[in-house]
Design a protein around this ligand. Structure first.
Ligand code: MV4
Length: 495
């Protein structure tokens, strides 16, 4: 492999190019009009303008990207995440042009794109599933019959969905008909496929995912788990590895399950198998993501494995250089997604220019970003500015480093989710590792609590929970809010 076209933008394009450079492989960037001065464009050995502004006009145009790859003599394409990364048609086109797609086969991507097919495969291989239907439900009467067997609440999911898109909770039989109709019409309009299925709704689950890596010679390993429960509306905000709740035994069992389903679809390269973990530590297969994930760095930090290097090695037919016994968890890593969003205003996108942009660094701090000071955050793409990833020998150390790094991170010009990340870090439930996918719903009231009373005042059972001092609320002491005062405001100079 001599030259990779990176069919992506921002932090992940840069992330991929860095490893390519370490491997003495040339890189070609493609870029849209708004991205002409972006770091990934400057970093690449060659950069080619593909025009367009929106994703649909640029990073999603398969033929144009393949044309550039051929013109520039690329022998391979790395899709990153998002965009064309899980599009089986793209894989076929790339391979049809004698270019290596750095990722799994079109067939594996296609299979896992159908949540129902994925579940059928999992069942065949004795992988635990949430009780529910194995094929698409055709009618409301069928849905009622199934629901009465598994009991309410149930969840209606779109087979072509995933990542939480097209899901409907149904609390009782009265709601079933209307919710089912909505789910089907949503599935048709969003995915062009109205197939839906039913599962029992698991209350307060954790979201645990297993990183897998398989070569083309039948070797495969898992690289342990990532805990991704801290999310809002299916957008992950804080991810960590390892999870505080998995025993060695459970970790091994889930890792083996993840490998079993990967092998069942002849998976090659890096992939992620998602599970729900309920409050009794029972796990259920949800879906498989057939790409390099945003949160892959936490796994890299605790295992010492460069996942992009592994993807490239597998793509060029190499055998894995290590086996499961060579892998172990070393330390603890936490990732914070820094979005240009206003966490005090419903996480609305916050557009503008990075007037001040100073990244933290130092021991245990990694920042994967795609921006520099003075750049504008384009409104056309995902609003993620960077990922702050902190590493320590223990979880406590990783938390301490994270607090220090967030305090060092100076961003003016746009609002970011950093204050929200700090809120999470300071929350007692997070500190104790006692949380699930409802963390944000349960504890975040839409505003960052900016002030906490002094020690003395705290003893008088009063806490200011509202950001607005005029709305001073006097409430019972909420242990979770202790220490949740944020110093972001103090550290921030006004834009
Ligand atoms: C569920 C569930 C509860 N019960 N399935 C959301 C993302 C998609 N991959 C599956 N999701 C869920 N499926 C059953 N039967 C709860 C969720 C869920 C969730 C899962 C992982 C991370 C965050 C979540 C937030 C809300 C709901």
């Amino acid at each position: 492999m001599n030259k990779i076209l990176v069919a992506n933008r921002g932090e992940i394009a840069l992330r991929i190019m860095r490893t390519a450079k370490e491997m003495d492989i040339k890189t070609v960037a493609v870029f849209s009009d708004p991205d002409r001065n972006a770091p990934h464009v400057l970093f690449a050995d060659e950069s080619v303008a593909i025009g367009g502004t929106t994703s649909a006009e640029s990073y999603l145009i398969m033929d144009k990207i393949i044309e550039v790859a051929k013109e520039r003599g690329c022998d391979s394409i790395h899709p990153g995440y998002g965009f064309l990364s899980e599009n089986p048609e793209f894989v076929k086109k790339v391979e049809g042009n004698n270019i290596t797609f750095i990722g799994p086969s079109a067939e594996a991507i296609f299979l896992m794109g159908s949540k129902l097919e994925a579940k059928k495969l999992a069942k065949k291989h004795n992988i635990p599933l949430v009780p529910g239907t194995e094929s698409a439900i055709e009618s409301v009467s069928e849905a009622k019959e199934i629901a009465s067997k598994i009991g309410f609440p149930i969840l209606i999911k779109a087979s072509a969905g995933g990542g939480g898109k097209g899901m409907r909770v149904v609390k009782n039989a009265d709601e079933l008909e209307s919710q089912m109709e909505r789910a089907v019409s949503e599935a048709v309009s969003s995915f062009g496929d109205g197939s839906v299925f039913i599962e029992r709704y698991v209350l307060n689950p954790r979201h645990i995912e297993i990183q897998v890596l398989l070569d083309k010679h039948g070797n495969g390993v898992h690289l342990f788990e990532r805990e991704c429960s801290i999310q809002r509306r299916h957008q992950k905000v804080v991810e960590e590895a390892p999870s505080v709740v998995l025993s060695e035994e459970l970790r091994k069992e889930m890792g083996e399950c993840a490998l079993r389903i990967s092998r069942a679809c002849n998976y090659v390269g890096v992939g992620t198998v998602e599970f729900l973990l309920d409050d009794k530590n029972r796990y259920y297969f949800l879906e498989m993501n057939t790409r390099l994930q945003v949160e892959h760095p936490v796994t890299e930090l605790i295992t010492g494995v460069d996942l992009v290097r592994q993807q490239i090695n597998v793509a060029r037919n190499e055998k894995l250089a290590f086996s499961q016994n060579d892998l172990s968890i070393n330390g603890h890593a936490i990732e914070f997604r820094v979005y240009a969003e206003d966490s005090n205003n419903g996480f609305l996108p916050s557009t503008g220019t990075l007037k001040t942009y100073v990244e933290p660094n130092g021991n245990g701090v990694r920042v994967d970003s795609g921006y520099k000071e003075g750049m504008e955050i384009p409104i056309y793409y995902d609003p993620m500015i960077s990922k702050l990833v902190c590493y320590g020998a223990t979880r406590e150390e990783a938390i301490a480093k994270s607090k220090r790094a967030i305090a060092e991170y100076k961003i003016n010009g746009v609002e970011t989710t950093l204050p929200f990340c700090e809120f999470v870090l300071n929350h007692n439930s997070f500190k104790k590792g006692d949380f699930d996918t409802n963390f944000v719903n349960n504890y975040f009231e839409g505003k960052i609590p900016e002030l906490l009373l002094t020690e003395q005042e705290r003893n008088i059972v009063a806490v200011i929970t509202s950001g607005d001092l005029l709305e001073k609320k006097v409430v019972q002491i909420q242990p979770e809010l202790e220490n949740s005062v944020s110093n972001w405001k103090r550290n921030r100079s006004t834009p």
